[in-house]
Design a protein around this ligand. Structure first.
Ligand code: AVI
Length: 334
């Protein structure tokens, strides 16, 4: 293994390299205090994913109303041979925000003798565990891990990667959780780390009936509500908060103007609460905005890709046109 951090990090025997870029930890306290002082009140969705929130998100991916994950998985199965042809032999897959091991395995299994896999995530512990498991299961694959914040761009040039074509894999419609300008900046940041001939395989959820969308984000079993309300538990536990989850309700609404599902926590009655000694109040019906999940048409997605310097070479959808995967390649070289 090449330990690019020269001894600052634990050794990960199964990996070919571990590049710890020491991403700055998000400042939960600062972001919550600023967000609650703003109008409307807001908390960034990145804070959903503590251990309890990540477990709830895993449950969401299996819910009958949440068509996103199963549709994308079925699509990956269907288009596997085409992906193998597009990527060619010996590709190196790079996964920013490395997530579901089921999806990455489907992709690796579909490709023609992939040469490498690099997972990139802000949480080093989770990342290295997932990459090590992959390295053990795919002994012919060179596997590396980068502990970094992928929203600050990709820097890959210093890494001992195999020669093949690089394919960035960004599934799940995570792109939809970014505001349009941030989504463009994110893709443009990816593009800077790419060479001619490299590609992105990206999942993007589609615009569909508001009823289907709202149900996907407000399921009958209340798992998405628990996921949203878990933020309250996290604030109370970690930031000395006094929010009362029983006086808040989970709301999911389709915002047609912005083409996005929004999740909010809505006050059932007027209330005051503290976070880290600061007092806040909510009027009855007032909301704390906790997440945006943008949905795309083929045209709006193509416009986003173009604005970040990519051409959409190929797009695939399931028969019901719920979800799409797109193959992007950098257009004119900078
Ligand atoms: C992670 N992300 C793509 C999910 C989504 O669909 O926007 C997060 C989520 N929020 C509620 N349900 C799922």
């Amino acid at each position: 293994m090449t330990d690019l951090t020269l001894g600052q990090s634990p050794l990960h025997a199964a990996l070919d390299f571990f590049d710890d870029q020491h991403p700055p930890a998000g400042d939960f306290l600062r972001d919550v205090l600023n967000g609650l002082a703003a109008t409307p009140k807001t908390i960034p969705p990145v804070y959903f994913y503590d251990a309890a929130g990540s477990a709830l998100f895993d449950q969401i991916t299996g819910l009958p109303e949440y068509y996103v994950t199963r549709t994308e998985l079925a699509l990956l199965d269907r288009i596997g041979p085409e992906l193998a042809r597009l990527a060619g032999p010996g590709a190196v897959v790079i996964e920013p925000g490395s997530g579901s091991s089921v999806k990455i395995r489907k992709l690796l299994d579909a490709l023609d003798s992939p040469a490498g896999y690099v997972g990139l995530d802000i949480s080093g512990e989770y990342l290295t565990a997932a990459c090590e498991e992959l390295a053990r299961d795919y002994p012919d694959l060179q596997v590396g891990a980068i502990c970094a914040d992928f929203t600050s761009g990709l820097s890959l040039d210093h890494l001992p990667l195999p020669q093949g074509r690089r394919i960035l894999f960004f599934p799940g419609s995570t792109i939809g959780n970014f505001e349009p300008a941030a989504a463009r900046d994110l893709l443009a940041g990816f593009r800077q780390g790419m060479r001619e001939g490299d590609a992105i395989l990206i999942g993007a959820d589609r615009v569909k009936s508001p009823a289907t969308l709202e149900a996907a984000y407000d399921d009958a079993q209340g798992v998405t509500a628990a996921f949203n309300l878990n933020l309250v538990d996290r604030i109370n536990a970690e930031l000395n908060g006094t929010l009362d989850a029983s006086r808040l309700k989970h709301v999911s609404v389709w915002n047609a103007d912005k083409s996005r599902i929004e999740m909010h926590l809505e006050a059932l009655e007027p209330q005051q609460f503290e976070v880290a000694g600061q007092v806040f109040s909510l009027a009855k019906g007032e909301r704390i905005h906790t997440e945006n999940s943008h949905k795309f048409t083929p045209e709006s997605f193509r416009a986003l890709a173009h604005s970040a310097g990519f051409d959409v070479l190929k797009s695939w959808s399931d028969p019901a046109e719920l979800f799409s995967l797109h193959w992007l390649e950098p257009n004119v070289k900078a």
